[in-house]
Ligand binder design. Structure first.
Ligand code: ATP
Length: 140
């Protein structure tokens, strides 16, 4: 059975994530404070709303606690990313995944209630390194 996801912050990482989840037939709601980001992703993500994830009332009225997984994909604005996790935790979201740009950022996100912290740039660097090292021809 497909899960219901909410992706907060449709930057490069968030929009790619939301699009991939949508393509796999999941229910995905994209949330961004910036209307342009919602418009840019209108076709690929289908359900999008303009809202500030640091606004508890706004998140409550979206019924955010009913989603199976909520991903906070805000990076640059560290204050907004941390406060969003605090709000989601307060509202009883079951599974919060948050993107971190640094080790300290990730540590704070975990402390305030993120269940999983992801480091997309670090992880992608590691994956690409592995790919570069894997032999394309098997030698006997
Ligand atoms: P990427 O590298 O994935 O492009 P980024 O690290 O540059 O992202 P930001 O620019 O901080 O990340 O934010 C990504 C998205 O999050 C933007 O589209 C921004 O409008 C949105 N965003 C920032 N703050 C909020 C907020 N309080 N509520 C909802 N969306 C927000």
């Amino acid at each position: 059975m497909s899960k219901q996801y909410a992706v907060i912050g449709l930057g490069r990482f968030g929009s790619s994530l939301a699009q991939s989840l949508t393509q796999e037939d999941n229910e995905v709601l994209g949330i961004d404070i910036n209307e342009e980001r919602i418009e840019e992703n209108r076709e690929a993500v289908r359900h999008g709303v303009i809202a500030d994830s640091t606004d508890e009332q706004a998140m409550k009225s979206l019924g955010i606690r009913n989603f199976d997984v909520v991903i906070v994909a805000i990076g640059d604005n560290m204050q907004a990313s941390i406060l969003s996790v605090v709000v989601l935790k307060e509202l009883g979201v079951k599974h919060i995944v948050a993107k971190a740009l640094s080790k300290h950022h990730g540590l704070i996100l975990s402390k305030v209630g993120a269940d999983d912290v992801v480091y997309p740039e670090r992880d992608m660097g590691q994956r690409i390194a592995q790919k570069l090292m894997s032999p394309s021809i098997i030698e006997f």
